[in-house]
Design a protein around this ligand. Sequence first.
Ligand code: ADP
Ligand code: MG
Length: 560
Amino acid sequence: MTNSTPLAVLEHVFGYHQFRGNQAAVIDTLVAGDDALVLMPTGGGKSLCYQIPSLVREGTGVIISPLIALMQDQVSALEELGVRAGYLNSTLSSQQVWQTELALQRGELDLLYVAPERLLQERTLDLLHNSRIALFAIDEAHCVAQWGHDFRADYLRLDILHRVFPQVPRIALTATADVRTRAEIIERLGLAEARQFISGFDRPNIQYRIQQKNNPRQQLLRFLREEQKDNAGIVYCLSRNKVEQTAAWLCGEGIEALPYHAGLPAETRAANQHRFLREEGLVMVATIAFGMGIDKPDVRFVAHLDLPKSIEAYYQETGRAGRDGQAATALLLYGLEDVVKLRQMMGNSEGNEQFKRHEQQRLQAMLGLCEITTCRRQTLLRYFGDNLDEPCGNCDCCLTPPETWDATEAVRMALSCVYRTNQRFGANHVIDVLRGSENERLMSLGHNHVSTYGIGKHLSADEWRSVFRQLVARGYLDVDPDGYGSLQLNDGCRAMLRGEETIRMRRESRTTGQQQSRRPAVDIAPEDLGLWHALRACRKTLAEAQGVPPYVIFHDATLR
Ligand code: ADP
Ligand code: MG
């Protein structure tokens, strides 16, 4: 197969006529022997990025993938195209392993798929040493990120490739990596020298819709019956129990649904996955155990009955919809009870304090996405460092703008308090200051002398948390990723603090009694801040008189 050009291989082997997006540039990089880091959305065409250079270069392309269940399918599909492919994982008999190893040594394989734990065995490394290797592809490279949702310890050891086979080009690929995960991949896999190819993260054919739960089953049923009749889709639930209950209930409602979670026998899982891929119009009710690497192009919807624990997870899971480019819907139903449940799960999880803090921050970001009132797509893309100039016009916020309140003054209070406490604290602490909490830590830090102490008593702590989440989601505030999640002002804040901008925020629905009782006894509506308006009148004069920067609104004197 060597001596062909990438384009010739694309046409003659795969039957396509042109490369998509960054494919050609990625392939050229590897063919030239250099390393690459590829970020491309699900369905973007990552596989060809390593398959074609493996065919063009001398030797076998070795693909490391955690998706053991899919290797057989992938290899069969390649064999149908005339590509000589094999795989090594724990599902093979020793006879099959031996045959594949022999084929590799004899140079009879174009592509070899290997599970990470298998690759790291001495036997396999020795074998690779004695074979000719075209490249190493590390698929689903975000599995190396310890703070990510798919972390696999074996991936951490893949830096061995770099040291043992310095001459062999490597390519790491993933569909999901925010800036932090990206940095972790580069560091842990030793890819500082690699060329980076970051494709747009936008999936324009996916409609994003996020609703509060009030009667989730009825909300789902209406969605399935009225909009998704006979369509294939995935319904994600947090727990195995809920997966089984939901699948059974859907079947009772006349909707053909299958359960999938890691607690089911392997045969049941395989059978259900097989049916979902082959038959039309099935609904898969699953935990997140289902989906990574599933290549079913006509998944018309992904519905979440519970809140995903991060935006990355949400993006990855919703990304399984509409891989064929046709219109698809991502529906998420969330409630504050999800947050409580996720917090509990995180609290019980293993990992050090820093790990837990990171998880909390990711959860807060996810909630921020739920609560924003502006374009979902813009917010989602901003999270991945991608930009969309105009609102998308297709998400629920664009189509049916949510009910909002004028949060301008509350936001000024919030931003001023962040500034006045020197941008050194996380949201919870800043909220304590705003609400004038009398806890010891606050007192010992002397915060009751800070000018913003106690000015925000009219909002409950939950309401303030929502304000802060929305500020972070909209890019007014940054959360310091490496420290304790301290909030920092962005340039975008200045206009706000100078009083040149107003801001509206999603009105929290106050349907649950629990929330009701946590509200302060004197319930001042956020938009009716009489006291605040009175204070505001003298603020400017004072600020001018004392020469403080114009965008700092508060001064001690105004509040004493
Ligand atoms: P990813 O791994 O990025 O999620 P895949 O590599 O599985 O995506 O590709 C998704 C689909 O797009 C596959 O069906 C693949 O055959 C198709 N595809 C990839 N590249 C091209 C191309 N250049 N032209 C046409 N189809 C392509
Ligand atoms: Mg893939």
